[in-house]
Design a protein around this ligand. Structure first.
Ligand code: SF4
Ligand code: SF4
Length: 444
């Protein structure tokens, strides 16, 4: 392994959070086959996939049921074997309607007979395989992985960063990938070296996971292209801009992507999945999900077919000890509220949390006391109070000059605010004003 050379300064700001990673020591258990699944055709950033099955069709595990509909899109595969019951509109957690494929199980979980490992022999066939696998950012981002890796000129890549930070409280699914699937991760590293011509591969892992750091060092022993970096346990260490800076010293400018500074960031579970797909040909049909929170009787890491309803997953974990105050997809900082427990496990679901009153106390919002804590906590030096004033005036130009576009909605500002101001929510609304302002600008 190569040693870490750049002057080690970390991005300022961020906040220390209780880790609550009680499931870290629990290897994932496979949930029994559900009686049915509901699989939305939009579980990724980009164009929804287009169903290629119809009601009454028999399907098997790993069979294509919806085709990618554009460059930024992703194919979808059946996670169980059985019969397509119907294709209908459902309401997603965001409140938007989404086409979903309802499949009744035959109880067999029969693999699709035509599954074969893809023929991967060069860069183009590697990208094609990643596209066909249905991979999206499995750490929660949901961006189609093939699009991220489709760089064409691989000489632009100086380093690939493997994101093992897992900085949100409660979530331990990436931790379990690093411990239980380290062989897949190593295979993935070799694929990146071979097909993306990766010169440097840097694992970024928070220091609160020493066993993961040790395991990643062990599997990459003797590989001079690989380095494993122990990062401070300070949220949002896994945020792309923060991770790139803290592992390479490079700042991603506003409106730019990691590749614009020669970097590609891949989540460790995404990498493990790509390796297993290329070895077996089994596309993305299941997820390792952390099921946790004070309201869950038996918190666990569970391997769940995509499309299984959350209610069944919670039932498998002993149900609730009390009425949850809030149920989330993802962690408490960036997670999305689940409106009802019929919502399905999605491709990018890494955790479902059922939180109690004491974990999410009702907080009364008061006036800003100009303490500046939000500014100090922001890793990107944004000024949420100035953004709030600009938003109040609906001043798009001012929001642009305040670099609102950089806001990654990490929630550090809201977390530290003594007045409990809804800063992230307001920033999201302000981004709408900013988008309108940018769209109205003369082109060219
Ligand atoms: S302003 Fe945005 S980037 Fe800064 S702390 Fe708040 S949510 Fe995070
Ligand atoms: S942390 Fe809250 S109270 Fe303090 S300046 Fe920011 S918005 Fe105002």
């Amino acid at each position: 392994m190569f040693s870490f050379k750049f002057k080690k300064t970390y991005m300022p700001g961020g906040t220390s959070l209780p880790h609550a990673k009680d499931t870290a020591s629990l290897a994932p258990v496979r949930i029994p086959c559900p009686q049915s699944v509901v699989i939305p055709v939009s579980m990724h950033i980009g164009a929804p996939a287009i169903p290629c099955v119809k009601a009454g069709d028999k399907v098997s595990v790993g069979q294509l049921i919806a085709e990618a509909s554009g460059f930024v899109s992703s194919p979808i595969y059946s996670s169980i074997s059985g019969t397509v019951k119907k294709i209908d509109s459902t309401i997603s957690s965001s409140g938007a309607p989404v086409t979903s494929i309802f499949i009744d199980s035959d109880g067999e979980m029969t693999p699709y007979a035509e599954i074969t490992p893809p023929d991967v022999h060069d860069y183009a066939s590697f990208i094609e395989a990643v596209r066909a696998s249905g991979a999206v950012g499995l750490g929660g981002a949901g961006f189609p992985t093939a699009v991220k890796l489709d760089i064409k000129d691989t000489s632009r890549i100086s380093e690939i960063i493997i994101n093992g930070a897992e900085c949100e409280p409660y979530i331990t699914s990436d931790t379990r990938t690093m411990l239980d699937r380290s062989g897949d991760i190593r295979e993935g590293v070799e694929l990146l070296e071979k097909y993306l011509d990766a010169k440097k591969i840097i694992f970024g892992i928070e220091e609160n996971k020493p066993e993961c750091i040790e395991e990643m060092k062990r599997i990459n022993e003797g590989d001079d292209k690989v380095s494993v970096v122990s990062l401070p346990s300070k949220y949002p260490q896994g945020g792309e801009k923060v991770l790139v800076y803290n592992t390479t010293g490079k700042l991603i400018p506003e409106g730019k992507l990691p590749i614009d500074v020669g970097t590609v960031v891949l989540n460790c579970t995404t990498l493990a999945f790509i390796a297993s797909f290329i070895r077996t040909g089994l596309p993305l049909v299941e997820k390792c999900v952390t099921v946790a929170g004070g309201a869950v009787n038996e918190p666990k890491n569970v391997i769940v077919p995509i499309g299984m309803r959350l209610s069944e997953v919670f039932d498998f974990c002993g149900g609730f000890s009390c009425e949850p105050r809030k149920v989330l997809y993802g962690g408490p900082m960036m997670g999305i509220c689940v409106p009802d427990l019929d919502q399905p496990i999605l491709k990018n679901t890494n955790a479902i949390l059922a939180l109690t009153e004491s974990e999410t106390p009702k907080e009364t919002q008061t006036a800003c006391i100009r303490c500046g804590s939000c500014i100090n906590a922001c890793p990107l030096h944004l000024d949420p109070t100035a953004i709030a004033r600009a938003y109040k005036k609906r001043d798009g130009a001012l929001l642009e000059s305040l670099h609102l576009g950089l806001c990654m909605e990490c929630g550090c500002c809201s977390f530290v605010c003594p007045a409990k101001r809804p800063i992230v929510q307001r920033n999201r609304l302000a981004k709408g004003v900013l988008r309108k302002h940018i769209a109205a600008k003369p082109k060219g």
